[in-house]
Design a binder for this molecule. Sequence first.
Ligand code: ATP
Length: 346
Amino acid sequence: MSEQTAVLFKSISRHFGEVKAVDSIDLEIRDGEFFSMLGPSGSGKTTCLRMIAGFDRPTSGQILLYGQDVSQLPPYERPVNTVFQDYALFPHMTVGENIAYGLMIKKVPVVERKKRVEAMLDLVRLSGYGERKPAQLSGGQRQRVALARALINHPKVLLLDEPLGALDLKLRQQMQIELKSIQQRVGITFIFVTHDQEEALTMSDRIAVFNLGKIEQVGSPADIYEHPVTSFVAGFVGVSNLVKGDMARRIIGSEQIFSIRPEKIHLDKPDAAQSDDEYAVDGKVRDVVYLGLYTRYLVELGDGGDLVVVEQNLRTTSMDVTRLRGQSVRLLWKKEHIQMMGVENA
Ligand code: ATP
């Protein structure tokens, strides 16, 4: 990754009548980065991607690609390419012809074309599939052809709009690893749109979390997961306990809102000792869900509040854990594991 800026958003807004699809966003994406736009449906991710591609124009603001203002450039003159969820392959063409399409349009000589198609087939691990038709491929293979076709022109930025959405879970997980490895080999900036937090955490160098046309946080996966700055991010990325009001005062001594991840909380006997670097709170186990690898507990803290706790079943069986239902327990966690939230109306 270099220090060069690939994409720069300067106060970008895109309004559709009353709807502020994108609401004054500032964003910098670096050259060579695997950057994900993560957020729920309707939060403005696709609109951002379409504005980078040139399929849509901002209502106000400026987009720079490698320092150049692209406002007036049509999509085909921008150094970007897009991979869509539905692959958009030409069914009557072979895999090789599909991949070569961009080169054909640019009138690249046949010999050169063949060489570059072979290199692309090799990159996406489809050597030997060049003569097949798209219908003779699996979903994952088709997606790899779409990727090869988008990369053959050496775009500086590749835009991917939920490209794995149509694949089943197992294939999607394989493709996540593969996409990341391809991105590292070609060194091109990838901008990946998804509503799947696990997908974003798995692949990205950095993630922007979108909500209602705004970006709530930009950071590395570890940053976003361990230090969410708003309650929306804490709730959307992974599972988090949000503690506020009276419950916060009882635990940390002030009414500030904080989040604590369920896996950071340790469930112990009611008389367990608390050390100086820990917070502790007593409660009763209301619910136990045994999930094989781990168990999820819902612990009631009296006066209405509750906390979700997740513990791995390292030495416990389903019998052991279900016996805890209704029992009094003490919950303990390291003070450093809480994340204070910014001032907001959560
Ligand atoms: P999804 O994951 O469902 O694609 P998204 O985060 O990509 O969601 P956008 O597609 O960017 O969200 O849409 C943001 C908002 O803008 C939504 O409320 C949507 O209805 C609205 N919107 C998008 N395109 C148009 C359009 N052409 N006309 C009117 N409203 C639109």
